[in-house]
Ligand binder design. Sequence first.
Ligand SMILES: C[S@@+](CC[C@H](N)C(=O)[O-])C[C@H]1O[C@@H](n2cnc3c(N)ncnc32)[C@H](O)[C@@H]1O
Length: 374
Amino acid sequence: MKLTEYAWMLDDPARIEAFRRAIAQRVRPGNVVVEVGAGLGTYSFFACQAGAARVYAIEDSVAGALEELARRQGFGDRLRVIRENSLDAALPERADWIIFEDFNSAFLGGGLAPVVRDAAARLLAPGGGWIPSAAEVWGALVEVPESWGSIARWRREAEHLKGLDYRPLAGWLLNSAHKGRCMPEALVTAPRLLRRYRLGEPGEAYDLSGSWEDAARRTGSVHALCAWFRLELAEGVWLDNTPGADETVYEQEIFTLPEALPVEAGGAVRWSLQGIPEREGGHVWWKWGAEAGGRAYEGNTFAGLPLRLESLADRSAEKIPQPGRRQEIMRFVLGCADGRLTQGEIAARVRAAFPEDFPAERHALRFVAGILRS
Ligand SMILES: C[S@@+](CC[C@H](N)C(=O)[O-])C[C@H]1O[C@@H](n2cnc3c(N)ncnc32)[C@H](O)[C@@H]1O
């Protein structure tokens, strides 16, 4: 995420106030708190304000900004910034509370599954708790002709593209999950609770899979499935991005159908949604569909990737790699890193050995630093 995005997230009073209230309610003086993915540190600072004895703010991306902001709050030794990924972090003590906020608009996003599982096993004290403690995923079928139309229009030849063929774009985009704002009037079916998770629950896979049948509230067209979350941050303190609730940066997650699906008031509509996190890395693959009046449409985020077969084959276990020049230079760099030479000295050797690859010393230095960064 860019710094501008953190600032944009900070400018969200509903979200910040909900977390502030929850932290003030949960964290007791003397508690140890870990924030996994602290960003600009706001929630870690709230934990200090609530009297935590120590707060470990773990962040692997904007840690420079976090350190400077942390220094300014004057919490001294009570606040420790840990500049690494939580999966690699070894802390001197376990937490009474883990604060975590790295979700997409349908909750299941980013590296949630592996990160939460790891933190629950290694960073939380027995009897400790999570903020949020639970999350619900909700969904409904929606009529959103304008946003759907702005994607599907790529199926037609665009006037301003002067004969260029961009039609495949519609297929990729219609098979993508879109973040957007959905109005309550757009809901063709009643909101439905799809799944409830307890954060840190052992064995939880943080996946989602279900199919449901609803009656259409009115005659119209279904263009998409809309999903959102409700986070239970503390007792009586919720943060949600339900259509029509206080606006937050989260908006909603919208899964578009390839065609508008006509529905009759009171008529049955069957629909399904599946979210499958990758085992490592936590990327979530989505699959969805809806069916009414004998028509059925579906989409999935795998089909939303403009994949080349060659790039898939690149990852295959059967491929026998043929190291090229880049790998040769990398091997040379690794051979030079003996624990004594500086990066500058290694860069000079690399440049002397491969002069045509590095027109200037700084090019070699950047390459060496990139390879040797742990
Ligand atoms: C949506 S931001 C929220 C940040 C924070 N709550 C705030 O208000 O600024 C999620 C942050 O978590 C960080 N993050 C996600 N997983 C992480 C991990 N396993 N270890 C360290 N940082 C992580 C990301 O770099 C990102 O800064």
